[in-house]
Design a protein. Structure first.
Length: 260
């Protein structure tokens, strides 16, 4: 079964995370399939809008921690190569699309899954969806531009608390914070998101491209290398707090942080 699927029809590209049995946790196969799908979208000039959606109860629970634990045992430094190899290219690739991108979110939208959803221009969430950063709970900081995305959307005060406290917020809270654009009843959300995407696919594509360019130009440029340096993603991956928290999660017990 493909970890992600892509369909293109009537100007709408639908990129689907298809690993519902693992809550769409991002393993190498899913990250690679998402990147392949994004490259196909970017190369298809018939695409006038994109819908990113997910099969199953949960949109995406972030990096697959089972795979990550295995990578950590080999090399903590190399374990975070996935940020440069997958996360950054996917986020910057989505941001570089000139056509509008809609994300349909249900269930848990966590960690890199939150980054993926917020890379879209319009997020439509089911009312029972929840949003969390999760990074500090496993001894990491956010990366791949997500810190900047959060500060731009909800401000530095809320971003700091959202990241430090690892708060899980509801779709209604996310809407109230200005993190997402729409909330729909659980049984209507998927159709609502698709309707928004289809409306955009039938709209003034050149005007939409100009809007996206103007909004992007209104934000200070993001230096991903600087973010990784500041966030210390690679040194964080080598801390006992990080490796211990990942082991604790997989063993379904609470982590004990020592600050090292
Ligand atoms: C290509 C990506 C593009 C976007 C990139 C954007 C950039 C973002 C920044 C990048 C930063 C650097 C890289 C790091 C990325 C990360 O994502 S780090 C964070 C990783 N995720 C987590 O830590 C979340 C862990 N999971 C949870 O906190 C909870 O499971 C939940 C999501 C809040 C749901 O809780 P609940 O509803 O109680 O369900 P659970 O029982 O906890 O889980 C159900 C089953 O799913 C399994 N599972 C959940 N999350 C993961 C996971 N991340 N990896 C592997 N498996 C997971 C969980 O173990 C349960 O399994 P079973 O026991 O078998 O049912």
């Amino acid at each position: 079964m493909d970890s992600a699927t892509l369909t293109v029809a009537d100007g709408l590209a639908v990129l689907t995370l298809n690993r519902p049995e693992a809550a769409n946790a991002l393993d190498l196969a899913l990250k690679t399939a998402l990147l392949d799908g994004l490259r196909a979208i970017a190369a298809d000039d018939t695409v006038r809008a994109v819908l990113i959606r997910a099969e199953g109860r949960n949109f995406c629970v972030g990096q697959d921690l089972g795979e990550h634990a295995h990578a950590l045992t080999r090399s903590p430094e190399r374990a975070m190569d996935t940020v440069a190899e997958h996360y950054n290219p996917l986020i910057s690739g989505i941001a570089a699309l000139e056509v509008p991108v809609v994300a349909a979110v249900q269930g848990a939208c966590v960690g890199a899954g939150l980054g993926l959803a917020l890379a879209a221009d319009v997020v439509v969430a089911a009312e029972s969806a929840s949003f969390a950063t999760a990074f500090t709970a496993i001894g990491l900081a956010s990366d791949s531009g997500l810190t900047r995305t959060l500060v731009d959307a909800i401000g530095a005060v809320r971003t700091r608390a959202f990241l430090l406290l690892g708060t899980k917020i509801s779709a209604a809270q996310a809407l109230d914070w200005g993190l997402i654009a729409q909330v729909a009843a659980d049984d209507e959300a998927a159709a609502s998101a698709e309707a928004v995407a289809r409306r955009l696919a039938a709209g003034p594509t050149a005007a939409f491209a100009a809007v996206k360019s103007l909004v992007a130009a209104s934000l200070p440029p993001l230096d991903e290398a600087l973010e990784r340096e500041r966030a210390g993603a690679v040194p964080l991956a080598a801390t006992a707090d990080h490796t211990g928290a990942v082991e604790a999660f997989l063993a379904k017990r609470r982590p004990a942080f020592t600050g090292r």
